[in-house]
Design a protein around this ligand. Structure first.
Ligand code: 77K
Ligand code: MG
Length: 214
């Protein structure tokens, strides 16, 4: 039976990356996507912007919406201080299955919790299920029409605090117009656009960094 693209991406990691070395996992995925098959990872150009925001925030509790194969999960977790944790939500069980194996290859299982299911259902359960008080950083990279409703849900569930950073991928391509309009015009956010390119292409894309003001 034919393999899927996430399965081929995992095999490229297992073939080319060193077990327990997260940066070699990131490099192996970027090489696979540049040389073999495009895949919707945040990629290396936007990934460097993600790295700088993570290093600046130094978060203890991170939420990622949209795991896919775990590329950005590994990228973020490799920069976290020892006790810090990242909870990553993935709707698609096949993606989640691959992501767990990519994360295991990187040796980052202890810092990452992969949760399967719809973000709209899991966000209201964060406090009771995972003992989360508030998030220091939220990376939005899931279905683009869920960015705005899930941000409002995070606000309503009291999961954001003064200074929480929201970092959103793909605000230009595929685009998240309603989310952009909201964070750029709401008095509750201070927003900044980081211009870049769609992963592994020359098309414009970028990340929007928004600070929740409380
Ligand atoms: C099915 N599914 C499970 N998770 C998701 C959420 N992610 C995306 O949709 C996504 C899409 C693209 C993209 C796709 C085609 C194209 F022509 C240009 C851009 C890029 C990204 O970085 C993304 O994060 C979708
Ligand atoms: Mg993306």
């Amino acid at each position: 039976t034919q393999s899927t693209r996430p399965q081929r991406l995992l095999h490229a990691v297992q073939k080319n990356a060193t077990r327990g070395d997260p940066r070699s996992v990131v490099k192996a995925i970027d090489n696979f996507c540049r040389q073999k098959e495009w895949a919707m990872n945040v990629g290396d150009e936007k990934g460097c912007i993600l790295d700088s925001v993570v290093s600046e925030v130094n978060p203890v509790t991170v939420l990622e919406l949209g795991t896919y194969c775990g590329y950005s999960t590994v990228r973020i977790a490799s920069l976290l201080p020892p006790r810090a944790k990242i909870i990553t939500l993935e709707f698609n069980p096949d993606y989640a299955k691959i992501a767990r194996q990519v994360i295991a290859w990187a040796g980052l299982e202890d810092k990452i919790q992969v949760v399967e299911g719809p973000s709209g259902e899991w966000i209201p359960k964060m406090k009771e299920q995972f003992g989360v008080k508030t998030f220091d950083l939220v990376f939005l990279d899931h279905w683009k029409d869920r960015y705005l409703p899930d941000t409002k849900l995070l606000e309503d569930c009291g999961l954001l605090r003064k200074g929480t950073i929201l970092l959103a991928d793909n605000v230009i391509c595929p685009g998240t117009p309603d989310y952009l309009e909201y964070v750029r015009n709401s008095p509750r956010y201070k927003s900044q656009y980081f211009k870049s390119h769609l992963e592994y292409t020359k098309a414009e894309d970028g990340l929007e960094k928004s600070v929740f003001l409380g």
